[in-house]
Ligand binder design. Structure first.
Ligand code: TXA
Ligand code: MG
Length: 317
């Protein structure tokens, strides 16, 4: 049975309006993927440059052929194992996907999100949903309803509230070039894990000079407060200037700093827990009106690589 909330979301989407939807990664700003009116509203509300394509969210693997074509064997293999889940595949586009969705490329990013409410919603709709993260362009991605509302203020769309996101970090994005498999964006599923699954090295393609995937743009995912990786000298200099400093640490609290201005990503040292807390803590630290935030570098393996990548981009001026 459909809940009231799903009915309301369905109605809005069928009327080419936008709805913020929960996924296992982050909240998405969703619209009918086949409606250029809805797609335009997404670009407008996010303030997103029109050269940054959107991910199409489909209800199941069986729907993949409707939006993509000439799909490589390896893509089917990945979809079978990891969908629903935090993996986006960039594939050759079907004509019915509007050019606006793919920023006029001949490819389209596709995934099946893993959240029961959103899967129910997709099941009730007869079109897929495009959904970029539900934040204004370049800002922190939202992992709960309150973040979406904070990001858009009065212009916030209806939010289908699915509670806090399980993973808290974006999907991993892969593309295919001949027999090569390219990593366009680090995300929840690590490159090591996917390479081992495929029995094939995945080629990192996340810092191209002309980004093929604007998640590659350096300045991205940033809080309003300047963020830097921790450095002894920079910390001393900031203290001497009496700046108000925030800390985003992996495991340990810094005894020299007001505990209220610190967030510990995972006291037990779990990278998964750190990923889940990352954006929430950035939102919280940002709300304190500090002069700067120092982030600790995390172990660069598994999902730690994706966390590091987000923090690195947030630290770029
Ligand atoms: O976890 C996620 O993927 C979330 C949830 C809501 O599904 N969505 C998300 O969307 O992170 P967004 O728009 O914030 O990031 C989408 C990324 C962008 O970096 C975009 O450039 C890339 O996907 N992308 C989409 N279509 C592409 C394509 N055809 N070729 C290359 N990159 C593409
Ligand atoms: Mg985003």
């Amino acid at each position: 049975m459909q809940s009231k909330a799903i009915k309301k979301a369905k109605e809005l989407l069928e009327n080419e309006e936008l709805v913020a939807i929960p996924t296992e990664t982050v909240y998405g700003l969703a619209g009918n993927a086949y409606s250029t009116i809805a797609v335009k509203k997404i670009y407008e509300l996010k303030g997103r440059p029109s050269n940054n394509p959107l991910i199409v969210h489909i209800k199941s693997r069986a729907y993949l052929d409707q939006v993509a074509q000439n799909i490589p064997e390896q893509a089917y293999k990945l979809a079978e194992t990891f969908w629903p889940g935090p993996l986006t595949l960039v594939l050759e586009k079907q004509d019915r996907v509007p050019a606006l969705v793919s920023a006029h490329k001949n490819t389209v990013g596709v995934r099946v999100p893993n959240h029961p409410l959103t899967l129910n919603l997709l099941e009730a709709l007869d079109f897929p949903l495009v959904a970029p993260s539900a934040n204004t362009s370049n800002h922190i991605s939202p992992t709960c309803k309150a973040h979406v509302q904070a990001s858009f203020g009065e212009k916030s769309p209806y939010v289908l509230d699915g509670g806090p996101c399980e993973a808290g970090l974006e999907s991993t994005i892969l593309g295919f070039k001949g027999s090569e498999i390219l990593l366009y964006r680090h995300g929840v599923l690590s490159k090591e894990l996917l390479s081992a699954f495929l029995g094939q090295e995945i080629v990192e393609h996340t810092h191209a000079p002309v980004p093929e995937s604007p998640g590659m743009f350096l300045k991205h995912y940033a809080p309003h407060t300047p963020l830097y990786f921790y450095d002894d000298n920079a910390f001393k200099a900031a203290q001497e200037k009496n700046l108000r400093i925030g800390f985003l640490n992996f495991r340990a609290i810094n005894p020299y700093i007001n505990p209220e201005n610190q967030r510990i990503l995972s006291p037990l040292g779990s990278l998964e827990e750190a990923a889940k807390n990352l954006y929430r803590f950035l939102y919280e630290l940002d709300a304190l009106g500090l002069d700067l935030i120092f982030a600790e570098q995390l172990p660069p393996h598994g999902i730690g690589k994706a966390i590091h990548d987000k923090l690195y981009r947030a630290s770029q001026k």
